[in-house]
Write a protein that binds this ligand. Structure first.
Ligand code: AMP
Length: 423
């Protein structure tokens, strides 16, 4: 028997109904805020990701699904959405006009070769937002506020927004130099990977999960980013926080917060929920002012975020009972073969009138059909047999109170509409 691959899974009804609801809420939240939906391919040239995410990152070094196609080109299943959206914006010249803003969102699967566990899959889904064309701290605050509004709309009330600033290039250079100086005496004690990171991408040492590295990074004399922010970067960060205060959005300043992708500058943020445990974020994002230009586009201020849909749903399920699939409005029940064909045709008449209708394909026993209708929670069944055919009617059973009535063929739609409105 062939099974779904490790780290992948099927979304079945009624769970798929929950998925559709969350994605519909995302669409309406972001459309209302003036964002347009973008859908990009799930595979791209490998270079797109190595260049944007950074060579010395866990994603690029260990987690990409990279393969050669039949022409020997190196392709990668997208591990995240931002690089793809940036590529599409440059390719379609969406950012070429001076002062042009692009506000986009995406919903779709991402792929990372990670060790599968609760809340960590190899194919997982993200809902993401990208704002291009502004360096203003209000854009950062808008991204964070939108994320919080979306979470509130799907039913979260007590989320934590964790916030930090990486500053601009000058701040990051100063911080890297300070880190290098402070870590130099401990270099030989770091894990092998971090010894390499020390030279190539020292910020990643802060992300390391190996106990010795964590211990070293927790030392009191470790420099913090906040100490190295340039005055302009500090002012930007202060303005983001003021804007969040204006909306009453609570946040936590987390000076040690870093994110696993290299392209971030200035504000970075993460949203966590107590139900997921300390390390697992529901979503995160930040500003990435250098990326568009680095990928061949014009200089463009940009900020965005991505939410993991699986984690969001895990946290939601921990809070609420799963919703039931909505039952149909009407189940048609056929007592003989001819009635089966009639139910098919009348079923479509009712569906075309906008009613949710179930009809049988096979002439099962009436008892079996009634049992299935009862289990589905349908409010009305319409029974058709020889007597009904001769009289030009359906027998309508109200499943709640068990009462029966006759409904004429010619007025079927109108009468059923009235009954459904009353129920
Ligand atoms: P990132 O692109 O790494 O910032 O991830 C953004 C969000 O996507 C995270 O906060 C998670 O909610 C989700 N996420 C990342 N990787 C995975 C994964 N392997 N499985 C499930 N969700 C993930």
């Amino acid at each position: 028997m062939i099974k779904a691959l490790r780290g992948t899974y099927d979304i079945l009804p009624p769970d798929s109904y929950l998925w559709a609801g969350v994605e519909a809420t995302a669409r309406s939240t972001f459309l209302c805020a003036g964002f347009g939906e973008i859908r990009t391919p799930v595979f791209e040239q490998t270079d797109l990701f190595t260049r944007s995410i950074g060579e010395v990152t866990d994603i690029v070094e260990k987690e990409m699904y990279t393969f050669q196609d039949r022409k020997g080109r190196s392709l990668t299943l997208r591990p995240e959405g931002t690089a793809c959206v940036v590529r599409a914006c440059i390719e379609h010249k969406l950012l070429s006009q001076q002062g042009a803003m692009q506000k986009l969102f995406y919903i779709g699967p991402m792929f990372r070769y990670e060790r599968p566990q609760a809340g960590r899959q190899r194919q997982f889904n993200q809902i993401g937002v990208e704002i291009f064309g502004s360096y203003s701290p209000l854009a950062d605050a808008d991204a964070i506020a939108l994320m919080v509004r979306f979470f509130a709309a799907v039913g979260f009330d007590q989320l934590t927004v964790r916030l930090n600033s990486l500053g601009d290039d000058a701040s990051l250079d100063a911080y890297r130099a300070a880190l290098r100086a402070t870590l130099a005496p401990h270099r030989d004690a770091l894990c092998n990977e971090c010894q390499r990171r020390y030279d190539k991408n020292i910020l990643r040492v802060l992300d390391c999960k190996v106990p010795v590295c964590r211990e070293i990074c927790a030392r009191d004399d470790m420099p913090t980013l906040a100490q190295h922010l340039s005055p302009a970067a500090a002012a930007h960060y202060a303005d983001v926080k003021t804007a969040l205060d204006t909306l009453g959005i609570p946040y936590e300043d987390v000076p040690s917060l870093v994110r696993g992708l290299d392209y971030y500058t200035h504000t970075i943020f993460e949203v966590t929920d107590a139900s997921l445990g300390a390390q697992d974020a529901l979503g995160g994002g930040g500003r990435y002012d250098g990326l568009v230009q680095a990928m061949g586009g014009p200089p463009t201020g940009a900020v965005g975020f991505a939410i993991g849909t699986e984690r969001l749903l895990m946290a939601l399920r921990a809070k609420n009972a799963p919703p039931d699939l909505p039952p149909p409005d009407i189940a048609l029940i056929a007592c003989d073969e001819e009635a089966c064909r009639e139910c098919f045709s009348y079923g479509y008449t009712l569906r075309d009138a906008g009613l949710r209708v179930h009809f049988p394909y096979d002439t099962l026993s009436i008892k079996a059909q009634m049992r299935a209708a009862g289990a589905s929670g349908v409010p009305y069944v319409l029974l058709r047999g020889k007597d009904e055919r001769e009289a030009g009617v359906f027998t309508c059973k109200n499943m709640k109170d068990g009462t029966h009535s006759q409904v004429r063929e010619e007025t079927l739609i109108e009468q059923m509409r009235v009954l459904l409105q009353q129920s």
